[in-house]
Design a protein around this ligand. Sequence first.
Ligand code: ZN
Ligand code: ZN
Length: 147
Amino acid sequence: MSIIILLSSICRLLIDFLISPEIKTHSQPTPFLVVLGNVQDGGSPHIGCAKSCCAVLWEEPDPQRKVTCLGLVDPVNEQSFIFEATPDFPKQLKALRMFAPFQKDGIPNGIFLTHAHIGHYSGLMYLGKEALNSHQTAVFMPKMQFF
Ligand SMILES: [Zn+2]
Ligand SMILES: [Zn+2]
C-alpha cells in the first residue's frame, strides 16, 4: 500500500468521523482505516476528574468515547489489523469486525502497539486464557520487548 493511499484514507476517515462519529460501512475494495477511538489513555470519563468535562459522563457514559485506536482493513487480501490494545479492546474488536466480516474468528491478523502507556497495551490482557485465550495473535511492539 502506498503512503499516498494510506494518507488519503486517514484524511477521508477523519473527516467522516468528525462529521458523523457513528460507524459507517465502506464498499470500496481498497485498504482503509477505521477510527475506533480518540480519547486519551485514561478513558472517558477520566479517573479523578471532577470538572464539567466528565461530570455528566459519570452519570451517563457516552459509548462513542473510547480510547485512541485505529483499525486497518484490507478487503482485497482479507486481513485486518488494530493499532493499540486499549481498555476498550473488546468493543473495538467487535466494531472492527463489522468492517472485516471475513475475519471469522474476530481476531485481527496483528496488533500494533505504538508505545507503553496504559491506553495502548492494557487491552492485551483480553488475549489471556481468562478471556479470548488466543495463542496466535501477532503483536508488534517496537522497543517494547520488555513487555
Ligand atoms: Zn474531565
Ligand atoms: Zn499515551
